[in-house]
Every structure is written in C-alpha cells, then in structure tokens.
Design a protein around this ligand. Structure first.
Ligand SMILES: [Zn+2]
Length: 110
C-alpha cells in the first residue's frame, strides 16, 4: 500500500484548520512527535469524523512537559491541513511591530 502524503488538502479543510489554530482549539505544530498507524476509530481533531481501521491515523503525542495534555489524531489530509495552517499562522502575526527606520526624513546629515 502506497501512501501519498503529498496530496494537498482541500481549501475548505485548510480554512477549517486555520480557524481552529487561530481560536486555540488546535495547538501549533512545533516539533511534537507524530506517529502514523492504522486508525483506531479515534475522532479526527480536525474534521471530527472517526478514523477507521482502513484509514491511516496520524497521532500527535503531547510534549513531555507542559502544553497540550492530550494526543490529537488526524486523517492524513487533515494533518497536512493543520500543518499548513500552523505555518500560515506563524507567517502572518496579528500585530506587526512598527519597524520603520528613523532619521530617513532628510534632516541632519552634514
Ligand atoms: Zn479528519
């Protein structure tokens, strides 16, 4: 059985993942260990459907100290949507620090 993990998630799935990450219902994907295995009828943390034995389940273990206290299970496309949502969220911070350079208004400089 060949698992193609490069199938891009659908825009709807990605939008849903982005919403969950922004609202804090899903954690940010840092470097938590992810295990892949046959589905154990766990509920997918993204789409809410159960992951059957015929599906592959991605399970993200919680970090050993602090942070999330539970594991999250995902379908493969849901996992990739979540990862993409996390990358998009970290690339677009809510508040941008005013990093304009000073002194470029033509004053001084003799
Ligand atoms: Zn799912």
């Amino acid at each position: 059985m060949v698992i193609d993990s490069r199938v891009p998630p659908s825009p709807e799935l990605l939008a849903h993942a982005t919403e969950l990450v922004r609202s804090g219902l899903l954690p940010h994907a840092d470097s938590q260990a992810v295990l892949a295995g046959p589905g154990g009828n766990n509920r997918c943390a993204l789409c809410g459907h159960s992951i059957g034995a015929s599906d592959v389940e991605y399970e993200m273990s919680p970090p050993p100290s602090g942070g999330a206290s539970r594991a999250y299970s995902f379908h493969i496309p849901c996992y990739h949507a979540w990862k993409q949502a996390c990358m998009a969220a970290s690339a677009q911070p809510d508040h941008s620090p005013a990093a304009r350079p000073h002194g470029a208004d033509g004053s001084g400089s003799e």
